[in-house]
Design a protein around this ligand. Structure first.
Ligand code: FES
Length: 93
């Protein structure tokens, strides 16, 4: 079974173009790490430079093959952690 993880966009753009790190994704990673530590779950957070949903950022997704989250704020962290805990990756064929 593939290991599940949460992939978070940390792309940062300068010059006024929207980007997830520019909107605070690194701060959300700290919150996510805290919440995950509280649960005792050992699920990695993986930083990725752009998930291709820049206009809808902050963007993150559960991998492999899990839910995509956009316009994420601190208010969404509990729901995302719950989804991450409940997610079961499909077994490889
Ligand atoms: S900048 Fe975050 S999805 Fe592209």
């Amino acid at each position: 079974m593939a290991d599940k993880r949460l992939v978070v966009c940390v792309n940062e753009r300068y010059g006024g173009q929207k980007s997830c790190a520019g909107a605070g994704s690194r701060e959300l990673i700290k919150l996510l790490q805290q919440r995950l530590a509280e649960t005792g779950a050992d699920i990695p957070l993986v930083e990725q430079v752009c998930l291709g949903r820049c206009e809808e950022g902050i963007a993150m997704r559960i991998a492999p093959g899990g839910a995509f989250f956009t316009e994420v704020s601190a208010n969404d962290i509990d729901a995302i952690v719950s989804a991450l805990l409940a997610f079961e990756p499909a077994a490889k064929a």
